[in-house]
Design a protein around this ligand. Structure first.
Ligand SMILES: [Zn+2]
Length: 413
């Protein structure tokens, strides 16, 4: 859940409301008992609520930035409280609601579909969620759209708006259709994530997902999360394959919006490495053993933001394809120190990340790995916005397939 602060320029002066939020989060983090925790938690949620109604997030971001610099445990409490408040608006005394996402990882040399889902397919999706995900007595409303990552709500406020309208729909047992025209255009990638978004309602305090349902008389769940996941993989895989035609897909178990998105982002990294290797095999007939991977750390505002993997073919320094490895949660380096302007070459690294990347590359059969020690600026192509990737010499390059490559779309990143 830990991530970089959004706006470091705002860290100097806290508004009155941001100070109140930060203090409540610190008091919650330092509470000595469950009773005290419950007390501060109620206060924090009550203080957050008005800030999720408007359009400005300055106060929330100021509080998060401040806690990120001064008290990481309180930062986690604050971020978790915000996510909970967004996903489960308190709109009914009898029902709990939860904004959910069902991610699916996809890769294709054609463009990966997004946007409106056919009404007949929506009926199948409702049946799927009811039989393989929801606990008995729950309802769900689903949006009739397949979202790409850049179409997800961009802020806590936008997510809170969406959450409230979906929650109202599910509580009133209504379906919902969305105005697709207002969403940003999806950029084509070889491998990407798509999301179904919806809202579940359950009687207060009751199970929402099948893995929570007790087996009568035992006091423990009848199905494990893994059981539900493997059923989901099978049935949702079939349904989603019909929507994502021409794609190779892999489903991720649905959950609350933020945890589902985090899990999808994490799994998407390994997935896109595998997709790239499979793609290069088809497009330019390059076996994994012919490929070289050059791995570099990319720095923004003095901190490592992501790693980029440039793929080249034995005997050439031209990058043919690349993968971005976004850092998540605990993978960020040491805690930032606002007192020093850092030399980007001295930024501490979490050694785990390079180990993970290397293991994954070995798993897909790439053993020629160049771990570049220098740090790179976060650069993109001026024309198309594609990330630039390192080659074995440590030069940043635009990924380009050779002209005779066998691909069906022109713009793949
Ligand atoms: Zn370009």
């Amino acid at each position: 859940m830990r991530r970089k602060p959004l706006n470091t320029a705002a860290r100097s002066k806290l508004s009155k409301y941001a100070r109140q939020l930060s203090q409540l989060a610190i008091l919650l983090a330092e509470a000595g008992s469950r009773v005290e925790r419950a007390y501060w938690k109620n206060r924090l949620f009550a203080a957050i609520a008005p800030h999720l109604q408007g359009t400005s997030e300055t106060t929330l971001n100021q509080a998060l930035d401040y806690l990120y610099e001064t008290h990481l445990r309180a930062y986690d409490e604050m971020a978790f409280a915000l996510e909970t408040a967004v996903e489960s608006p308190d709109l009914s005394p009898e029902k709990d609601v939860l904004l959910i996402a069902a991610p699916v990882l996809a890769w294709s040399t054609y463009s990966i579909p997004s946007g409106r889902i056919d009404p007949a397919r929506m009926e199948d999706l409702y049946a799927l969620f009811n039989s393989h995900l929801l606990a008995a007595g729950c309802d769900i409303v689903l949006m009739d759209l397949l979202f790409s990552p850049d179409q997800l709500p961009p802020s806590y406020n936008a997510a809170a708006d969406l959450s409230r309208s979906l929650a109202q729909a599910v509580l009133q047992e209504q379906r919902i259709t969305v105005d697709y025209s207002t969403l940003p255009v999806t950029q084509p990638f070889l491998s990407d994530v798509r999301y179904l978004i919806g809202c579940i309602s359950a009687p207060k305090g009751a199970a929402m997902f099948r893995w929570q349902e007790e087996s009568p008389g035992t006091g423990i769940p009848a199905l494990s999360r893994e059981d539900v996941q493997s059923e989901w993989k099978k049935h949702a895989g079939q349904q989603l394959q019909r929507i994502l035609t021409g794609c190779n897909i892999e489903t991720v178990l649905p959950n609350g919006l933020y945890s589902a998105c985090r899990l999808a982002e994490k799994e998407a990294r390994a997935y896109s490495v595998r997709a790239s290797v499979a793609f290069l095999q088809t497009a330019i007939d390059a076996k994994p053993t012919d490929l070289h991977a050059s791995v570099g750390a990319f720095v923004d505002r003095g901190e490592i933001e992501e790693y980029r993997i440039g793929l080249t073919v034995e005997g050439s320094d031209e990058v043919v394809h690349g993968v971005v490895w976004t850092l998540l949660g605990e993978e960020f380096g040491n805690e930032p120190d606002p007192m020093f302007e850092k030399d980007i070459n001295s930024e501490p690294e979490n050694p785990l990340v390079r180990t993970r990347i290397k293991e994954l590359l070995a798993e897909v059969g790439i053993n020629n790995v160049h771990m570049l020690e220098e740090r790179f600026p976060l650069e993109y192509c001026d024309d198309c916005g594609a990330p630039l990737y390192p080659n074995p010499e440590g030069e940043l390059m635009h990924a380009e397939l050779p002209e005779d490559a066998d691909v069906s779309t022109s713009q793949l990143h």
